[in-house]
Design a protein around this ligand. Structure first.
Ligand code: SF4
Length: 291
């Protein structure tokens, strides 16, 4: 069996930075340390940092003292100013590329646009961007919802959550152009997302099955699974080696493996090792390549 590892996979720079800053805080600070929601959408990382003392809370008002960490996805900025006003120490690990989307939204609103934001309405990143202009930003979760968007007496602009698929964004932009003749399109999907999506296309063309390693709560891992599925090949999204069903491997000659931007490399290595052991026991020669 040939195992192809995606050329671009795993931690992005924003996630690495966020985890590094949280670990530094845990090493150096005294007093309680809290993360709003999840540091990254990966169960293994969340559990590890929890054991080291990182408390997760959903409601910032429940934090009475200590340090509050903001994740790479960011949050509405007033949450940070309110926390500081209440005397909390705030460590903002928001990804600079997410803040670039905040800036783009701000500038579009200042230039007189109504902004259509392509993304998951329940995601922290979207809550943070929407808070820039709650009356001027309209979240579009699905292309099917375009008909429900209102018409405005201002021109419309179109931006995206950093982790949406390039294909989805382009298709939505084309349909929006029909409805809003003067639509301004600003593609805010980040480079890490693009590279991982380009890599999954290369992988999916060569293999009979793709395994994506990432948590079900990870937006970009779900998008990778979605893209691989579009090639009508078998795809599985698993958190770690415990969720690998070895029966899936029967009859597979070419297997592709990738991982989401919040998945640490060691989880990928563990899955590969388990597959290699299975192959060895079955006397199936294996070869690992990068694609
Ligand atoms: S996926 Fe992109 S925007 Fe999100 S944290 Fe990673 S680099 Fe930043």
């Amino acid at each position: 069996m040939k195992i192809y590892l995606a050329k671009h996979k795993g931690f992005c720079s924003g996630v690495k930075r966020s985890i590094r800053l949280a670990e530094k805080a845990l090493d150096e600070r005294t007093g309680p340390i809290f993360i709003l929601n999840e540091i990254v959408h990966n169960r293994t990382i969340i559990n590890d940092l929890k054991q080291r003392g990182l408390n997760s809370v959903r409601d910032p008002n429940r934090i009475e003292t200590g340090t509050m960490i903001i994740s790479a996805h960011s949050i509405p900025y007033h949450v940070i100013t309110n926390a500081k006003a209440r005397g909390l120490d705030v460590i903002d690990t928001s990804c600079p590329l997410v803040y670039r989307i905040h800036k783009a939204a701000r500038e579009l609103i200042d230039d007189g646009y109504k902004v259509i934001l392509y993304g998951d309405p329940d995601h922290d990143e979207i809550a943070g961007i929407k808070a820039i202009g709650p009356d001027d930003i309209h979240v579009l979760d699905s292309i099917d919802d375009i008909d429900d968007l209102p018409m405005w007496d201002k021109p419309a602009a179109f931006i995206s959550q950093s982790t949406r698929t390039i294909e989805g964004f382009e298709e939505a932009a084309n349909k929006l152009h029909i409805k809003y003749k003067l639509l301004k399109v600003v593609n805010t999907i980040c480079r890490a997302t693009r590279l991982r999506q380009e890599a999954i296309h290369e992988l999916a063309k060569q293999v009979e099955m793709v395994i994506v390693i990432g948590s079900k709560t990870s937006a970009n891992s779900n998008r990778l699974e979605e893209l691989a599925s579009s090639y009508s090949i078998k795809t599985h999204l698993i958190d770690n080696e415990d969720e690998l069903d070895l029966d899936w491997l029967e009859g597979i000659d070419n297997l592709g493996i990738t991982s989401g931007a919040s998945t640490p490399d060691f989880l990928v290595n563990e899955v590969v090792k388990r597959i290699e052991t299975w192959s060895k026991n079955k006397n199936i020669p294996t070869e690992i390549a990068q694609l």
